[in-house]
Write a protein that binds this ligand. Structure first.
Ligand SMILES: Nc1ccn([C@@H]2O[C@H](COP(=O)(O)OP(=O)(O)OP(=O)(O)O)[C@@H](O)[C@H]2O)c(=O)n1
Ligand SMILES: [Ca+2]
Length: 512
């Protein structure tokens, strides 16, 4: 007791000092936590936007993309905000009424004006890419295709957005941008951010191959294991500091609508009867077809034919998947291959490698046939069995069971399913062993799989070739660590002070 009293007498500031330090300590903690909270408060959304119109052979879709203004070069930040499906057919169907092509886009452009905030309109890029249908129209009627492009250009350039062109994209670009889209959305273009910067990057990053099936053309794109033998099928990308040698090929006329025309033309063999019995359509299915609709395409232009007087014939389904397969196989020429390995029609294709995402019509058809929604991949045997069963279903039963499906689509699913199977197996050489590398996909996250996102990323230079320099820690991580370290330091200080105080006491005691 005496000792304590003595200490207080010797150090009258002892109590006050303890109170001040305790106060400063609490105040410091509150200040640090407040700073961290305020600093990491979500900022008001500051988005940028981009518009791409996919002018396909069968229809046009307008996609609006959105990304945070301050992070446009990061991987995976651009997301699909909205899609608007243009009413009516694809723009290539407007060759006889070019003004109609531009007019058809107006509703979707108005929708985009409503969705994108007005203050961003002027700086929002809008571009249109036309694919297989317009490539075919250009071959057949170059003047008509120019007029259609001018018409859509007029509509897009009269919008408040920043018009960046309406053009026919090459099949190679279509394949490449589809591959960029799926891999960007999957986050496969590793950016080496944060702590990852501290470790060397792996030599190769696995990417997903892209299979796109349209109405007029189809694309296959993937990174093969070895060298790519053909220069015209080879693309080189450097994205986020990673190098990619990509194989791509686009088959014009092997989209599923044109493939059907070629398959029918092969069966007609130039002689148009009054009716054609076809195993690729369900039993009881009857359709009155115009001969012109089959032979007017550049894809069947090589075939000579004599028509009956009406210029029409009846297509009658028998629903035999096996025979349908045989008919479809005939449109794949497998007799010559000038390279070490080929897909079909003498086109070079390296050995298949890695996993594949199959989208657009691949997805529409396989989803309808219930061959996509399974926890485990559906085997090739199961696909064949499903097609056998579906094709043999009477047309009347199908119509009764699927009242909500468009008749045009419904009538063609037997052919389409068989075509997809044949294209993948006979064409691209997928086998029972590697069939499970294919996933039929519509979306990745909220964004549709397709070429448009990749097209926009490229057009707006949003994929840097080098990984952008970034601090080793994300901002929130940095603040948290600063708080933790500061608390530790303070704790240390207080402990030190207490110990120092005690030592002084002890020594003082000894002195006393
Ligand atoms: N629910 C749906 C929607 C479309 N389709 C079919 O899918 C094909 C169109 O696929 P899409 O990828 O939209 O082709 P496009 O982009 O229009 O054609 P391309 O890429 O060749 O220009 C058409 O045959 C259409 O009949 C379908 O079977 N079921
Ligand atoms: Ca398409």
């Amino acid at each position: 007791m005496d000792t304590k009293r003595d200490m207080k007498q010797k150090n009258p500031w002892h109590r006050q000092l303890t109170v001040v330090i305790a106060f400063l300590f609490v105040w410091g903690i509150i200040a640090l936590v407040t700073t961290a909270v305020v600093q990491n408060k979500p900022l008001p959304k500051n988005s940028k936007y981009g518009i791409v119109l996919d002018a396909g052979s069968s229809h046009t879709s307008l996609y609006i993309y959105e990304w945070p203004a301050e992070k446009q070069n990061d991987t995976g930040v651009v997301q699909q905000l909205h899609v608007c499906h243009v009413k009516g057919p694809g723009i290539s169907s407007y060759a006889m009424d070019p003004e109609g092509a531009g007019r058809s886009l107006q509703d979707c452009m108005d929708e985009a004006k409503r969705i994108i905030p007005e203050r961003r309109h002027e700086e929002t890029p809008v571009s249109l890419g036309a694919t297989g249908g317009m490539r075919l129209l250009k071959l057949q009627n170059p003047e008509g295709s120019e007029k259609v492009l001018s018409s859509v250009e007029k509509t897009l350039s009269s919008s408040p957005f920043e018009f960046q062109g309406a053009r026919i994209i090459t099949g190679q670009d279509e394949g490449a941008y589809g591959w960029i889209t799926v891999n960007y959305l999957m986050g496969n273009f590793k950016q080496g951010s944060g702590w990852l910067n501290l470790w060397p990057k792996p030599e190769t990053t696995e990417t997903l191959g892209a299979l796109d099936l349209g109405g007029a053309s189809t694309q296959i794109t993937f990174v093969p294991e070895g060298e790519i033998e053909s220069l015209e099928s080879s693309l080189y990308f450097q994205l986020y500091g990673n190098k990619y040698n990509v194989y791509t090929h686009s088959f014009l006329c092997y989209g599923k609508d044109q493939a059907l025309k070629i398959t029918l033309a092969k069966q007609l063999q130039g002689h148009v009867p009054d009716s054609l019995v076809d195993p690729c359509f369900n039993p009881g299915f009857i359709k009155n077809m115009s001969v012109h609709s089959i032979y007017s395409s550049p894809c069947t232009a090589g075939e000579s034919y004599t028509t009956n007087t009406q210029g029409r014939f009846l297509l009658k389904g028998t629903g035999n998947a096996q025979q349908c397969r045989e008919n479809v196989k005939q449109i794949f020429n497998l007799t010559h291959c000038p390279s070490s390995s080929c897909s079909f029609n003498g086109v070079y294709q390296p050995q298949l490698q890695g996993n594949f995402g199959a989208f657009s019509a691949y997805y529409f058809v396989m989803a309808f046939l219930n061959l996509t929604t399974s926890e485990r991949p559906v085997t090739l045997v199961e696909v064949k069995e499903k097609l056998r069963e579906f094709c043999s279903t009477p047309w009347q039963t199908l119509k009764e069971n699927f009242t909500n499906v468009k008749e045009k689509y419904l009538g063609e699913y037997c052919f389409s399913g068989t075509y997809i199977l044949t294209l993948l197996e006979t064409g691209y050489k997928f086998s029972p062993e590697n069939w499970n590398t294919i996933r039929f996909i519509k979306k990745i996250g909220d964004s549709d799989a397709g070429w448009t996102l990749g097209y926009m990323l490229n057009l707006t230079n949003m994929i840097p070739s080098e990984a952008p320099c970034s601090p080793p820690l994300p901002h929130a991580g940095y603040i948290s660590l600063m708080v933790i370290f500061s608390l530790l330091l303070m704790g240390l200080l207080v402990t030190g002070w207490l110990c120092f105080g005690k030592t002084t006491c002890t020594s003082q005691k000894e002195v006393v």
